[in-house]
Structure formats: structure tokens, C-alpha cells
Design a protein around this ligand. Structure first.
Ligand code: G3I
Length: 345
């Protein structure tokens, strides 16, 4: 083959690698430099340890970290009376070395519970003690290192009623209030959040959450903010719904964390799905709309935004829904996507 043929092939190869991404867009400068508020990502200690590309992107692009799994009860509190800090220490060390904010996720949730909690037998008072000990041991351990906590996660159904979790069954409606009080006692300086999904589009659920949190505040309980998870897609929600949600939370005077952002491109799980440039563009446009709305908030409500994973191959969506999807800022080869560029100012 002639030399110029090789050259042409090389150019085509480079062009196909860069396809979909505006040639002026690079990740040479970290994403968080573009914003006044923290821009975060969820991380797994095992990947930080084993994967240089993952670690380098996390270190360079983001200035806030949420532990994706290693602060959950099953990891930190595997047996009664036994706390295991080993995985969390990897993440804490990374954040210390790289000067990252840490957002703690999550203290009270009905998923990822260890067997001993699921099987625990005891009176209501015993359960309150269990919850108090769980929350306060963890919050005190990380005091001064963790800025804020998702104290309670996903406590509501879509119709605005309280979810029938083990905590609700054993302690009753007051478990949410108690969880916030225990967390506040353990670290009065930490920002305390309620975190949930679909609050960004479902006003029934959102109003129920706001009404419960407002009530807690009236009773003197500290609640600083709300985490809108933002597991969204190219199809839903409409930006006007997100605007309504942000305005409602700000009007009620809560810090707002867009806490688990991903933008699905295959929300209907089509079996013949294939990723197209058009879909990547739609994904970027959805992100542009959302970030535009978040930027309009008064700074006092902007706790920050967090992406739920570094790259598509690390997204929970693929394994959880067994779905072909590409919801994050980096692709499977750790290359930036148009959605990344939509955030670059
Ligand atoms: O660590 C074990 C490993 O030892 C075992 O071999 C392997 C076999 O399945 O499982 C590993 O645990 C998995 C864990 O992620 C760590 O990778 C669990 O099976 C898996 O269920 C778990 O999924 C996590 C999920 O929460 C649990 O419900 C996802 O990574 C995590 O992204 C997801 O995050 C949640 C937020 O906390 C709350 N909001 C919704 C969000 C998405 O579901």
C-alpha cells in the first residue's frame, strides 16, 4: 500500500475515535474548574486501587467524592459490634491526597443491609439503640473528614406514603426524625441531607418529602438539604419539571445536591438498541438544560452536583437493569463524550 494510503487510514482512525466530540473540547482542564459549586463523582475503592485511568480522571476532573457503596451499612457494619473501615480508608486517603470534599452516602437505607440487621430481633427501644449506635459510630469516625451526609435515603414511595422499610416496621414513623437527631448529635457541623429518586419530576412524592422535612425543622431538628438523585434520561424528565423541583426546594430553603446524576440513552431497554450520534447529542442537550437550571439557583442553595460513576462501564444501570446503556461522561475507553463537553465552559 502506498504511504499516503496509510496516512489516510490513520487520519480516518483518529477521526473515528474523536467522533461525536467537538474538536475544541478536551479534558485537559478539570471539569470542576468551570463551576463555582463542587462537581463530584461517585467512586469505588477497588477501582481507585486497581485502575490508573479511573483514578486519574477522578483526581483531575472532580472536587467532590461520594462513596458509591463503601459507606453503606453492609460494608461498614458487617456484623453486630464490628465496624470495618478498610475500604472506606482507601477512599478517604485518596480524597486527602487530592484535596476532595467527601459526601457521605448513606446512613439509613433499606438496601445493602448486612444479614445481622435484617435478622435482628429486639424491641422498638432495641432497634432505636441499634440505629443510634450505627449512625453515631460512623458519623463520629468520619467527623472532620465528611462534609455532609445522606442521613436517610429513599424513604418514600412514588405516591407520597412512607416506604415499608425495616426501619419503619421496627421503629415507626419517627425513625426519620430520630436518624437526623442522632446524626446531628454525632457531628453538629455536618450538613444533613434527605436523598431520594424521582423528586425531580414527581411533585406528589416531592411535596410529601418537603412536608416531612419542614415538619422536622419546625420541631427543631436540623435538616440542611435535599438530594435529588437525577437518574434521568434523554426522554424524561422535561426540563420544566426539573425547574419546578429546584424552585420548590430552594423556596423551602434547602441546600440542593444533584446527588447521583446519570442520563440514560436507552431508558426503555430496547433489545435492538444501538448508540447513535443523535442520541449522544440528545444526552448532551439534556445535560445542558439541567446544568443551566442549576446554575440559575442562588449560590446559597448550590451544594453541588455529583455524577454516579466515572465512565459508562462503571454505571450501575448496566448490571442492575441488565441494559445496554451509556449514561455517564466518559465512554468505556475513558474517552470524553459530548455530554462531558456540554458541561465545559
Ligand atoms: O461487593 C460485592 C461483591 O463482593 C460480590 O462479589 C458482587 C456479586 O454480585 O456484588 C458486590 O456488591 C455489589 C455492589 O454494588 C458493589 O459493586 C452488589 O451486588 C450490587 O447490588 C451493588 O449495587 C449498587 C446498588 O446501589 C445497590 O442497590 C450499585 O453499585 C450502586 O450504584 C447503587 O447506588 C444506588 C444508591 O446507593 C442509592 N440510589 C440509587 C442508586 C442506584 O441503584
Amino acid at each position: 500500500m502506498k504511504k499516503w494510503c496509510y496516512f489516510l487510514l490513520l487520519l480516518t482512525a483518529i477521526a473515528s475515535c474523536k467522533k461525536n466530540v467537538d474538536s475544541t473540547c478536551t479534558d485537559d482542564i478539570g471539569l470542576y474548574h468551570s463551576y463555582e459549586f463542587p462537581v463530584g463523582v461517585s467512586l469505588e475503592p477497588s477501582e481507585l486501587d486497581a485502575n490508573d485511568r479511573y483514578r486519574n480522571i477522578a483526581a483531575k476532573q472532580f472536587n467532590s467524592i461520594t462513596p458509591e457503596n463503601c459507606f453503606k451499612a453492609v460494608s461498614l457494619h458487617p456484623q453486630e459490634g464490628v465496624f470495618d473501615w478498610s475500604q472506606s480508608e482507601i477512599l478517604i486517603e485518596f480524597c486527602k491526597q487530592n484535596n476532595k470534599r467527601i459526601h457521605g452516602h448513606t446512613l439509613i437505607w433499606h438496601e445493602q443491609l448486612p444479614e445481622w440487621i435484617k435478622n435482628y430481633q429486639g424491641s422498638r427501644a432495641d432497634w432505636e439503640n441499634l440505629m443510634k449506635n450505627h449512625i453515631q459510630t460512623i458519623v463520629k469516625h468520619f467527623k472532620g473528614k465528611v462534609t455532609g451526609w445522606d442521613v436517610v435515603n429513599e424513604a418514600f414511595y412514588e405516591d407520597g406514603t412512607l416506604r415499608n422499610t425495616i426501619w419503619h416496621q421496627k421503629i415507626g414513623d419517627s425513625y426519620i426524625e430520630k436518624a437526623f437527631v442522632y446524626a446531628q448529635e454525632a457531628d453538629p457541623d455536618a450538613k444533613l441531607f434527605y436523598n431520594d429518586f424521582s423528586l425531580e419530576w414527581n411533585p406528589v412524592k416531592r411535596n410529601a418529602v418537603l412536608s416531612l422535612l419542614n415538619n422536622l425543622r419546625l420541631r427543631g431538628v436540623k435538616v440542611n438539604g435535599i438530594g435529588l438523585q437525577m437518574h434521568i434520561s434523554t426522554v424524561y424528565p422535561d426540563p420544566s419539571q426539573v425547574a419546578e423541583a429546584l424552585n420548590a426546594c430552594a423556596a423551602a430553603d434547602y441546600l440542593i445536591h444533584l446527588s447521583e446524576i446519570d442520563v440514560s440513552v436507552n431508558p426503555l431497554n430496547k433489545s435492538d438498541f444501538s448508540l447513535t450520534e443523535k442520541l449522544l447529542k440528545k444526552q448532551a442537550e439534556k445535560m445542558t438544560a439541567v446544568i443551566g437550571l442549576y446554575k440559575q439557583l442562588s449560590q446559597k442553595y448550590q451544594y453541588g452536583i455529583t455524577f454516579w460513576g466515572v465512565s459508562d462501564n462503571h454505571s450501575w444501570i448496566r448490571s442492575y437493569f441488565n441494559r445496554n446503556d451509556y449514561p455517564l461522561l466518559y465512554d468505556d475507553n475513558y474517552m470524553i463524550k459530548p455530554i462531558y463537553c456540554s458541561l465545559k465552559l
